[in-house]
Design a protein around this ligand. Sequence first.
Ligand SMILES: [Zn+2]
Length: 125
Amino acid sequence: MRWAAYCHCESCRRAGSTPFVALFGVPDEGLTWSGPVGTYASSDDVERGHCETCGTPLFYRNHSRWPDETHIPAVTLDDPSAYAPKAHIYYNERLPWIEMRDGLPKYDGTGDDGTRPKSDDEAHG
Ligand SMILES: [Zn+2]
């Protein structure tokens, strides 16, 4: 796992039908799926995957920003309790009735440089 964060961006909220999404990033290498996976382009260069049987969102890929990385909702894990978010990203896009008081860092965009997660303790896009 390269990083783990809550994403508050509008795109993730709409794709997940949820006020924010707990995500983590993994390298594409070695990542495989079993079962029927559908995909759609949610914006230019962005692919979102879902289970074709039940519709559960399964992944996010941005082929230009993170060409070798897949972002996965933590609640799809067999054991989501193993997940530990390290930050809030796109906190500037949060819904007005969301206020997180968990002490985690909050970023406008994906992190300090606004371009990509830099390590395990930073975030997504
Ligand atoms: Zn997002």
